[in-house]
Ligand binder design. Structure first.
Ligand code: MN
Length: 564
């Protein structure tokens, strides 16, 4: 781990970025009344702590220069090179004049995500920026606090999670929670405050018993932590269990950090020697890592006083990866031979993060409208995910609540469009069936099958919904009968009710009046012209007869126009 202060001493590049940003922001104040530059330093401190390279630290220091000072991007490029300029550009919002309101926010976000798939350092610096701004959220106007906090929970915390930065995700959520959902937060704190305290005291007793047993068994523990569950994550878990507090075993969990993998299993043995495990709650995420790469041993036991308690055991490296994800990769992945630091940044991503970024890259091409883009980002890319399998064993990731139809569209648009039914683990399921992690999904398709309107209600992903809507509109176009235009001109002795009578006859013959014009034929007669659209070609003879029979109609003339 390094600090910004160390970097400022050891790297003249970082130092010159520091000086440049400081003078550029000279005289500017934050809403809190502090000098603006404090923010730049705060962001750079996180970036340095996460072990990113000098380019990233420089970009962190300079990240608001283009947006908020008289300097332009080419000044950054001249002084600090293209790479730093690229990072700063990715972090610079689009100008408000180009887009408005939600448009501007969504488009800036899209721009940043695009830059991020090119170079993951962009988003890590952005997360540091968000983290620092959340620390001073109280200085924003109340309404702005709420939207800023909710956006942090809905967009930035999930991105941190996707990058494996779990600790940061928890902190972003907990800083945002009181502003985003004040009442829910108050309730949670008042309900759980004493419980948290009581659990901590209890676990103090547990860890002292455990420590002795580990020593007796010859297991070396680097550290035993008592970790209180993050407030927002507790709140989400309570929502899932209908607010039933008895289901929460990990309000405060015990975490044991050991030097080597072998020690993990030895520590697990020592715990089970002391306390009886709950059946089905021993999880070996070391042998079988979670899809996001998470590794640990988990066990839940009948602990002291017969109370149910969860333990997590892992090595220091697993721990750092679990807490800091992408940032920890910088620490653990060997220096690669690649010279340019963009490739180096990418090489340091874990496999999961790499795949997610690739998906993000493919996905964002589909959504052009800002609101659609935002909805789909939250709904499809950043929501909680499930993992299901194709019959061939390929793993497919979908948002929680997805149906077999979402699955079909995710695999291929044609498979979705010709969907005739689905089997999940060999059983036929309904259209609205919510898939669960681990299930094997088999899609039955039928040639010439077409989407129907009720499919729109049976999908969860914006992606599938968009595909269905598109296909429905194609079908509509094809099946809409071509219309024939007909101009009917009546020469009449004008009288009150003439127009009404003529219109009634036309309607009775299913012609659609598009336009009515009237004129003068002579001093005795007037003309009324109807431009009508018909489904059939030609004039129904019955219509002509009926029109002639209207009192005062002298002549009826027709003229067909080529249909559109
Ligand atoms: Mn900033």
């Amino acid at each position: 781990m390094s600090t910004l202060d160390e970097k400022l001493e050891s790297s003249s590049f970082v130092k010159s970025a520091y000086d440049f940003a400081k003078s550029a922001h000279e005289g500017q104040l934050r809403k809190s009344g502090e000098p603006y530059f404090i923010h730049c330093v705060g962001v750079a401190e996180s970036v340095a702590r996460w072990n990113l390279d000098d380019q990233s630290i420089a970009a962190a220091l300079l990240h608001d220069v283009v947006e908020d000072t008289r300097y332009a991007l080419r000044d950054i490029e001249t002084h600090f090179g293209r790479e730093v300029a690229f990072l700063v550009d990715g972090l610079t919002k689009l100008e408000k004049v180009q887009y408005r309101g939600i448009e501007s926010e969504a488009e800036s976000l899209r721009k940043m995500l695009l830059a991020m798939v090119e170079d993951p350092r962009v988003i890590i610096i952005k997360l540091a920026d968000r983290y620092h701004n959340l620390q001073t959220i109280k200085h924003l106007a109340p309404e702005r606090q709420k939207t800023f906090a909710r956006e942090s929970i809905e967009i930035f915390a999930p991105i941190a999670y996707r990058l494996g930065m779990n600790e940061l995700k928890g902190e972003i959520e907990d800083m945002s929670f009181p502003c985003a959902y004040p009442e829910e937060y108050e309730w949670l704190i008042s309900t759980f405050k004493s419980l948290y305290e009581e659990r901590k005291n209890y676990l103090r007793r547990v860890t002292s018993v455990l420590r002795n047993e580990l020593i007796a068994s010859g297991v070396q523990a680097v550290e035993i932590q008592k970790r209180a569950k993050h407030h927002y994550s507790l709140y989400k878990k309570l929502l899932k269990y209908n607010m039933n507090q008895d289901k929460i075993y990990d309000l405060v969990a015990v975490r044991i950090i050991v030097p080597h993998i072998g020690d993990c299993y030895a520590a697990l043995g020592a715990i089970h020697k002391l306390w009886k495990p709950l059946p089905g709650r021993i999880k070996d995420y070391i042998a079988m890592p979670k899809v996001n790469g998470y590794q640990s041993l988990h066990t839940t036991v009948f602990c002291l006083d017969n109370r149910i308690t969860e333990f997590q055991i892992r090595t220091k490296e697993m721990h750092d990866l679990a807490e800091n994800g992408v940032a920890a990769h910088w620490l653990y992945k060997e220096q690669t031979a690649v010279n340019d630091s963009v490739s180096a940044a990418k090489a340091r991503l874990g496999e999961q993060e790499r795949q997610w970024m690739q998906r993000l890259k493919n996905w964002q091409k589909y959504f052009s409208a800002s609101q659609e883009f935002l909805d789909s980002l939250k709904n499809d890319m950043l929501s909680d995910q499930i993992y299901v399998f194709t019959p061939r064993g390929d793993i497919i990731e979908l948002p929680e609540g997805s149906t077999p139809l979402d699955f079909a569209y995710k695999i291929h648009t044609d498979l979705g469009n010709t969907y005739a039914g689905a089997k999940v683990d060999g059983r036929i399921v309904s259209l609205a069936y919510a898939l669960q992690t681990g299930e094997i999904v088999e899609i039955m398709s039928q040639k010439n099958k077409k989407p129907s309107r009720d499919w729109l209600k049976a999908v969860k992903t914006s992606f599938a919904r968009k595909k269905i809507k598109h296909e429905l509109s194609v079908i509509d176009q094809k099946e809409r009968p071509s219309l024939h235009l007909l101009e009917i001109t009546l020469v009449v002795e004008d009288r009150v009710g003439m127009l009404r009578d003529a219109t009634a006859v036309l309607s009775a013959h299913h012609c659609n009046i598009e336009k009515v014009t009237s004129g003068v034929a002579s001093d005795k007669f007037a003309t009324i012209s109807f431009l009508c659209s018909f489904k059939e070609k030609g004039v129904p003879s019955a219509l002509a007869v009926k029109l002639k029979k209207i009192r005062g109609v002298r002549e009826v003339a027709y003229r067909t126009e080529s249909s559109k």
